[in-house]
Design a binder for this molecule. Structure first.
Ligand code: 13P
Length: 246
């Protein structure tokens, strides 16, 4: 059984007063939800605050990234010991902003995929194509490459601990959401890979890219879409509540 996940990726947004307001307003929304998981990924400086505020609220607090080392001389980075100290339950890896803005290589992303599994956190592994990649017809090759380079010989955690988020880059923060048909087509393709190549048909596959309270229902009604990874519309509790209770 695939349990849906509604996940908030706050990126470099929400300061301490906004984090506190968010949790005050979001309140007990997730407590009684047994049929879905709520995940919130604040920026690193607010992880501890969010983890404390989320206690007893049935919310998983996630990091937006991790440097694949336990600790040590890695200026500017946050490693495993710190995430464990902060109470993190999940880590987002391979987000398109990390791939494109910070030029993360497929090798580094694979290393992080290994590392997240070694440390027992839930992996939220992002994949997605740019608009030129879609228009060039290389769309499926790009997605295959992102999955194979990360997972081939490198996927051993429990199936529910390795979540995929399909986020077409052209739909992120643009207001252009993939149509349910476009999303459904890609999710079916990813599901087929997970089944045939890794024997993991039950992988939870999220959609991300301009998900809003008014389009989530259409997306969630697609057979292979198991939830959403949300940026902009997750920053305020009133909007995120609507998404969680889609
Ligand atoms: P938006 O919901 O703002 O388009 O961002 C999606 C995203 O990148 C989530 O990781």
């Amino acid at each position: 059984m695939r349990r849906p996940i509604i996940a908030a990726n706050w990126k470099m947004n929400n300061l301490s007063d906004e984090v506190i307001r968010f949790f005050n307003e979001f309140g007990d929304t997730a407590i009684s939800l047994k049929d879905r998981e709520v995940v919130i990924a604040p920026a690193f400086p607010y992880l501890k605050m969010a983890a404390d505020l989320a206690k007893g609220k049935n919310i998983t607090v996630a990091a937006q990234d991790v440097y694949p080392e336990m600790e040590g001389a890695f200026t500017g980075m946050v490693g495993a010991k710190m995430l464990n100290d902060l109470g993190v339950g999940a880590v987002i890896i391979g987000h398109s902003e990390r791939r494109h803005i910070f030029k993360e290589s497929l090798e580094l992303i694979r290393k992080k995929v290994t590392f997240v599994q070694n440390n027992g956190w839930k992996l939220i592994f992002c994949i997605g194509e740019t608009l030129p990649e879609r228009e060039s017809g290389k769309l499926y090759d790009i997605i295959k490459e992102q999955i194979y380079t990360a997972f081939d010989g490198n996927l051993w955690c429990d199936t529910e601990k390795a979540v995929i988020a399909y986020e077409p880059v052209w739909a992120i923060g643009t207001g252009v959401v993939a149509t349910p048909e476009q999303a459904a087509e890609m999710h079916a393709f990813v599901r087929k890979i997970m089944k045939e190549r890794y024997n993991r048909e039950e992988t939870v596959i999220l959609y991300g890219g301009s998900v809003k309270p008014d389009n989530i229902k259409g997306l969630m009604s697609c057979a292979d879409i198991d939830g959403a990874l949300v940026g902009g519309a997750s920053l305020k509790a009133c909007s995120f509540k609507k998404l969680v209770l889609y």
